[in-house]
Ligand binder design. Structure first.
Ligand code: AMP
Length: 176
């Protein structure tokens, strides 16, 4: 993949939110109609033959392309949210972050055993947050689970893919 238009339009913000972090600002991709179209089409091409029935987007940047891709894939869209945000009964998964613990939730009736799920987020760094959502989605016993990111950070010390079993199917649109 590594579409030139996407790479050219992705904004890097040094030292945000803390010194030393090179923040990849996907809002510059979302505001650009050409980039939106490229991203939706790329996700569609990757998954059009997989029988995806639900796209799970991770709060909050995973909601945007996740929902757009769900429409094109003729799939439903499911929200994976931070604790206390979803109004009905949820299933949750907790995970360790660099500083302390975090939790992610999905509505209990959002996914079932007949679903083929694509989980989407904007960026793969350590893989911790996606792993938590992946584990959470597995609790619903869907037929199959795929993972997609817009960006994969491949820099020193980041082995996001290694957080997952080698057979886990992960695609990314841009590798940096
Ligand atoms: P991780 O769980 O370490 O893979 O971190 C991924 C999550 O943190 C994603 O939801 C990203 O939105 C956010 N994130 C981590 N690092 C960055 C970065 N350098 N630029 C933008 N977002 C980031």
């Amino acid at each position: 993949m590594n579409n030139e238009t996407l790479i050219k339009n992705l904004r890097n913000i040094p030292d945000f939110p803390i010194p030393g972090i090179q923040f990849k600002d996907v809002s510059t991709l979302f505001k650009n109609p050409k980039c939106m179209k490229i991203m939706v089409n790329e996700v569609y091409d990757l998954y059009k033959d997989k029988g995806i029935t639900k796209v799970v987007g991770i709060e909050s940047r995973g909601f945007i392309l996740g929902a757009a891709a769900a429409v094109k894939l003729n799939a439903g869209f499911v929200l994976a949210r931070k604790p206390g945000k979803l109004p009905a009964e949820t299933i949750s998964e907790s995970y360790m972050k660099e500083y302390g613990k975090d939790t992610i939730e999905i509505h209990k009736d959002a996914i079932d055993e007949n679903d083929v799920v694509l989980i989407h987020d904007d960026l793969l760094a350590t893989g911790g947050s996606m792993k938590a959502v992946y584990n959470l989605v597995q609790k619903f016993h869907p037929k199959k689970v795929y993972i997609n990111f817009i960006i994969e950070l491949t820099g020193e010390g980041l082995n996001g893919r290694e957080t997952f079993d080698p057979e886990t199917e992960i695609t990314t649109l841009i590798k940096i």
